[in-house]
Write a protein that binds this ligand. Structure first.
Ligand code: AHR
Length: 503
């Protein structure tokens, strides 16, 4: 068996893990809302039309925050259309996804859903077709206690108590030409700054995410961050990052190495934020909100066909990627990368949550099941809480097309408040098992609580409604712990969660 080692020490810490690192995203896109979280008439629907089976799966993951209502959708969205009596809400053409938005689910309904899902709302405002005035109004509507035009409108619409939304996105991907109201960095930075000031004057307790470039690959990347931050640095709290990976050339080792790019991306944005901090002689640190991340490529051709057949239909089945086993491994490595950077990545949203590039799938009128990527996400959210540890990992490496020195064992660890330690590990080796030696001596007397394993012999294996358990966690081979040193067997191509607790 090949060998790798991990040294942990309770005093070597990256920092506290913000639970919002395990956030997700629901956009008015495809069947995320209509046919996803909301399907009145479905046998599992509750009195408000929310699917109980979906809610159960969301709670099973433990999703601390959900970004809403977009995405590209938000750049043409009027929040006022989504409140008030349902029968008076307008149907609007959504130019982001070429569908018709019925507004049957709006701000109040989503706040109710979030309560049922045990999550917080991260609300995105429209800085595409709208501006600071509207930004001010929506915060007043959502968060002001009453006695003003918009807060009284909320009360009249049935919500006496403010929604108390703490985290707000200042638009979405504003450097993308595909975005309604696309802007230059300086145009956006100015608008974001004015919106931010007014939003915080209404409610000083809120936190704001400014749009970073829509991707590391964008020609605007880098300069966008510098110029945009130059305009709004003191009034915002986070910069957003978005990143999706694909495997169109069917190169599994290369695909699994993509988390190296994610790590570079994070370090580059941190460096830019700190450069602007230095230039401005500021005391304030801007952190990162990685509010869209996932694998996304399986459904691209299918979507083109859908749009050829039909535009403007409500709830078109768009972006319905069916995830395979190798996708789950990369999602695991992406989560490990966030944990390694927990000192600066405070918010991260797996995009998205239901049906649209999602861990949870439904059939309209039918069942609900977990895709392969559900599992690493759920495991990290459930067990990766507390403090991120600085793990020293010594592992053989490999080279692939885009990267040299890719660790075969990709691993990190966390310590929870009760003293338990969890190791998250992806074995990228296509053929060989590893013995992972873990030095745990500084934590006192720990014993192995469980080894959770996700493995399938076929990297392309998927879960379906008919076969939802095809790719599912099982009990891992585990190993021994002796004198604070563990030896754990890590099977070839696998996601592993190794949990140690006080003996
Ligand atoms: O998550 C799907 C889309 O990807 C979002 O609407 C957009 O922000 C990104 O380009």
């Amino acid at each position: 068996m090949k060998k790798a080692s991990m040294t942990l020490d309770k005093s070597y810490r990256v920092g506290p893990i913000d639970p919002r690192m395990y956030g997700s995203f629901i956009e008015h896109l495809g069947r995320a809302v209509y046919g996803g979280i909301y399907e009145p008439g479905h046998p599992m629907a509750d009195e408000q039309g929310f699917r109980r089976d979906v809610l159960e799966k969301v709670r099973e993951i433990g999703v601390p925050v959900v970004r809403y209502p977009g995405g590209n959708f938000v750049s043409g969205f009027n929040w006022e259309d989504s409140v008030g009596p349902k029968d008076q809400r307008p149907k609007r053409l959504d130019l982001a996804w070429f569908t018709t938005e019925t507004n049957a689910v709006g701000m109040h309904e989503f706040a109710d859903w979030a309560k049922k899902a045990d999550t917080q709302v991260m609300y995105a405002i429209n800085l595409g077709t709208r501006g600071p005035e509207n930004a001010r109004d929506v915060v007043e509507y959502a968060n002001h206690k009453g006695g003003s035009k918009f807060s009284d409108m909320r009360i009249q619409n049935g919500a006496k108590e403010p929604f108390g939304i703490k985290l707000w996105c200042l638009g979405n991907e504003m450097d993308g030409p595909w975005q309604m109201g696309h802007k230059t960095a300086v145009e956006y930075g100015r608008v974001a700054n004015e919106a931010a000031k007014m939003m915080k004057w209404v409610d000083p307790s809120i936190e704001l995410v400014a749009c970073g470039s829509s991707s590391y690959q964008m020609p605007t990347f880098g300069d966008w961050e510098l110029q945009m931050l130059n305009e709004c640095y003191e009034n915002i709290d986070y910069v957003s990052l978005h990143r999706y990976y694909g495997n169109p050339t069917n190169d599994t080792p290369g695909f699994l190495a993509r988390s190296m790019d994610l790590d570079d991306f994070i370090h580059t944005v941190v460096a830019i934020c700190d450069a602007v901090k230095g230039k401005k002689h500021s005391k304030k640190q801007i952190n990162l909100s990685f509010d869209e991340w996932n694998v996304w490529y399986h459904s691209s051709e299918q979507d083109k066909e859908i749009w050829k057949r039909e535009k403007w239909g409500p709830a078109l089945p768009l972006l319905e990627d069916v995830y395979n086993f190798e996708d789950a491994l990369l999602v695991g490595s992406m989560l490990i990368t966030f944990l390694r950077n927990a000192d600066r990545v405070k918010v991260a949203c797996l995009a998205q949550l239901v049906n649209v590039i999602a861990p949870i799938m439904t059939r309209t009128g039918g069942g609900c099941w977990a895709q392969t990527i559900f599992y690493p996400y759920m495991h990290a959210s459930r067990y990766g809480r507390g403090t991120a540890l600085q793990a020293i990992v010594d592992t053989p490496v490999y080279d692939c097309k885009d990267y040299e020195g890719v660790p075969l064992i990709d691993a990190t660890a966390t310590q929870d408040d009760d003293g338990s330690v969890t190791v998250f590990c992806v074995n990228r080796d296509m053929t060989d098992d590893f013995c992972l030696d873990i030095d745990l001596r500084s934590f006192g007397n720990l014993k192995l609580k469980e080894h959770i394993l996700l493995h399938h012999d076929d990297v392309k294996a998927v879960n379906t409604e008919e076969n939802p358990g095809n790719v599912a966690p099982s009990v891992g081979p585990g190993g021994k712990v002796d004198g604070g040193k563990a030896e754990i067997k890590i099977p070839a191509l696998s996601w592993n969660v190794i949990r140690f607790e006080k003996a």
